[in-house]
Design a protein around this ligand. Structure first.
Ligand SMILES: *Cc1c(COP(=O)(O)O)cnc(C)c1O
Length: 374
């Protein structure tokens, strides 16, 4: 049996969610734009899912847009707002620890003439609100700062940044893909302009993203086509996926307290034991402002990919946050961005706990790591 500790990469589809999806993958395959009854039923299923999502995050139903993934939601939010507001300014503020879906979107906007400030996170991986304030110019039209980081789990001061942005009449988008299902997210309370999510990060299906855009925010579609999603995102809807997403978020919000308590317990137990049993480690990120299921530790002197290979031999799935491109080993860009030296960053191990991990699995993980490091 596989021991899965890579819940920041993706999560297991919940069986309750699959059951809700199945009818739309089998007997009801109608196009929700069709006017006959089964088409209307498919459309109705989308509406119900939209209501569930709106309810879960404190939004109105007409503020929810379905996309194909978290990456698309980030693209649509950032490009959509940038294109629609370019006559008011061309400056965007983001951070240097964003997901590639945000970083590379900003890079491509730079190539089109937008100017982007990449704020530096501090050594714990937190963006200082004061640094956001200092970066604002009369040309700033958008701030995009992630809710929680996918590698080191740090939680950003989203409410404070949103308040600042509101006072300055600047739109504020947050990539909340890692936050959903792990911590509370309520747009009524946070007052952000736009927020991205991805279903497969909270036990929903892959290939469905959600974008919340507050009513009144000027944004432009980036994909041309039919009238779906109130003219903002063309393409025949992924009915089964959308149904699954609504159900998955409903469950995530219902079980949030229980799941986050459980993940935090396992995570703290893991860190405590690793700290006790293995010397020469470095714990990355902030210990308090952190997702309950995230741990990121450098095993100094070890080689990250080799560590993953050894864990894999023992049936353990984990991540190093690094990438191998064209045979070249590149340490985690997030760790480098917060100032971890290259030779230490290359020994990182990201263990992300999920709602179905058990204490026995964590004991097995600890035992395996001690064995490998020795
Ligand atoms: C996974 C992830 C994304 C991308 O979501 P996809 O649905 O895989 O495209 C974006 N941002 C963060 C923070 C993520 O963790």
């Amino acid at each position: 049996m596989i021991k899965y500790f890579d819940n920041a990469a993706t999560t297991k589809l919940d069986s309750e969610v699959l059951n809700e999806m199945l009818p739309y993958l089998t007997e009801n395959y109608a196009n929700p734009s069709s006017i006959y009854s089964v088409g209307k039923m498919a459309k109705e299923a989308i509406t119900i899912s939209r209501m569930k999502i709106a309810e879960a995050i404190g939004a109105n139903v007409n503020e929810i847009y379905f996309t194909s993934c978290g990456s698309e939601s980030d693209n649509l939010a950032i490009k959509g707002i940038a294109y629609a507001n370019s006559r008011y300014g061309n400056h965007i503020i983001t951070s240097n620890i964003e997901h590639p879906a945000v970083l590379n979107t900003c890079k491509s906007l730079e190539a089109m003439g937008f100017r982007v400030t990449y704020l530096k996170a501090n050594s714990k991986g937190i963006i200082d609100v004061e640094s956001v304030r200092r970066a604002i110019t009369p040309k700033t039209i958008l701030i995009s700062i992630m809710f929680a980081n996918n590698e080191i789990g740090t939680i950003q001061p989203i409410k404070e940044i949103a308040e600042l942005a509101r006072r300055e009449h600047i739109y504020f988008h947050t990539d909340a893909v890692q936050a959903m299902g792990n911590i509370e997210v309520n747009v009524r309370d946070l007052k952000v302009s736009a927020l991205s999510m991805s279903a497969h990060k909270f036990y929903g299906p892959k290939g469905v993203g959600v974008l919340y855009v507050r009513e009144g925010v000027r944004f432009k579609r980036i994909q041309d086509g039919g009238h779906q999603e109130r003219e903002k995102r063309s393409g025949t809807e992924n009915v089964a996926g959308i149904v699954g997403t609504g159900k998955a978020l409903e469950i995530a919000v219902r079980d949030l307290d229980e799941n986050s308590r459980k993940m935090r317990t396992l995570r703290d137990y893991y860190i405590e034991n690793i700290s006790r049993l293995i010397s020469n480690i470095r714990i990355n990120g902030d210990l308090e402002k952190r997702l309950p299921g995230n741990s990121n530790i450098c095993f100094i002197g070890m080689n990250g990919p080799k560590l993953l290979e050894e864990l894999d031999k023992r049936g353990i799935c984990a991540s190093s946050g690094s990438a191998c491109s064209a045979g070249l080993f590149i340490p985690s860009p997030v760790l480098l961005a917060i100032g971890v030296p290259k030779h230490i960053a290359s020994s990182s191990l990201r263990i992300t706990f999920g709602k179905s991990n058990t204490l026995e699995e964590v004991d097995y993980l600890i035992k395996s790591l001690v064995e490998i490091v020795q």
